[in-house]
Design a protein around this ligand. Structure first.
Ligand SMILES: [Mg+2]
Length: 299
């Protein structure tokens, strides 16, 4: 099927997406893109819609919303990633709160993403598979636990409508409870990594939360994830380090360790809050591995 399917999360961007999507989609049609449009009705619905659409023969999707919408589509079409002769293509109409993933490809936001859709060129992008105690999930942007996930959970629950000011409030509230948990990881089956950490971020692409450059050297097509681990340090130093994430300068801090790997094993025995592509889930991760070039992105 040559037709594209736009999956619209009208609730994204505190409802802004619903207001803007109609015009943006008309614009794409006027410029020659043939597309069907399906709307989500609840969180998680884009996973089901994408899975149904895959069954109906759709192979080209457009995520209309934020990072969470793209994340759900990726998880809905995941069976394709292990198939040798099937491919799925994903484009973006970024009308959500955090449109972090596409920043690796364009700084022009919606205009850059629209140009990418109309140009029609695709390129392979890695997908990361996470096996956890109750199943598996997939991500294309970021997987993070510790302080980053705790702030995200609090902000999404209480302050999301306030945008970046809400995020700042989440950071301030969690700073008072800053803690350093022991983390064990094994990279690529050999290198053990054990330390107390404020947070661990495992990145396929560079940005999170819209414009925070968590992994400034990440390449979403190199077959590897970029790990960023922030160790134990005082609260004042932590704040100054955290502010540096907006420009990616934190990775040069002495308390920050970085590495790259194709697989990461964990030894968590209980679920913990994990931020995945901007949303928080409670899982006990066992292992993650990169599926090199498993998805085509149209951007
Ligand atoms: Mg990479």
């Amino acid at each position: 099927m040559d037709k594209h399917l736009a999956i619209v999360n009208a609730a994204a961007g505190s409802g802004q997406c619903g207001k803007l999507a109609g015009n943006a989609i008309s614009d794409l049609r006027d410029k020659g893109l043939e597309l069907d449009v399906w709307y989500t009705r609840r969180p998680g619905h884009a996973v089901e819609l994408a899975r149904d659409a895959l069954g109906q023969g759709y192979r080209s999707f457009i995520a209309v919303g934020g990072d969470g919408t793209a994340h759900e589509i990726v998880n809905g079409v995941a069976e394709v990633f292990s198939s040798p002769d099937e491919r799925v293509c994903l484009g973006f109409l970024p009308l959500g709160t955090g449109n972090s993933f596409i920043r690796d490809y364009t700084r022009l936001g919606e205009a850059g993403a629209m140009a990418g859709l109309l140009r029609g060129r695709t390129r392979p992008c890695d997908v990361v598979r996470v096996r956890h105690a109750e199943g598996e999930l997939y991500f294309i942007n970021i997987f993070s636990f510790g302080f980053v996930a705790d702030v995200c959970e609090l902000t999404n629950a209480r302050y999301k409508a306030l945008g970046s000011a809400g995020y700042a409030m989440g950071v301030m509230a969690m700073l008072a409870r800053l803690r350093f948990e022991p983390v064990f990881m094994r990279l690529d089956g050999e290198k053990p990594w054990e330390q107390r950490a404020a947070f661990v971020s495992i990145n396929n692409s560079q940005y999170t939360g819209g414009n925070m450059q968590m992994a400034p050297y990440a390449n979403p097509a190199d077959g590897l994830v970029d790990l960023v681990v922030v160790g134990e340090l005082g609260r004042a130093k932590f704040v100054s380090l955290f502010l540096k994430i907006f420009r990616g300068g934190h990775v040069h801090h002495p308390e920050v360790t970085t590495s790259r790997a194709a697989t990461v094993e964990f030894n968590f025995d209980a679920p913990l809050p994990v931020m995945v592509d901007g949303e928080v889930v409670h899982i006990a991760p066992r292992e993650l591995d990169v599926l090199p070039g498993a998805l085509d992105v149209r951007i």
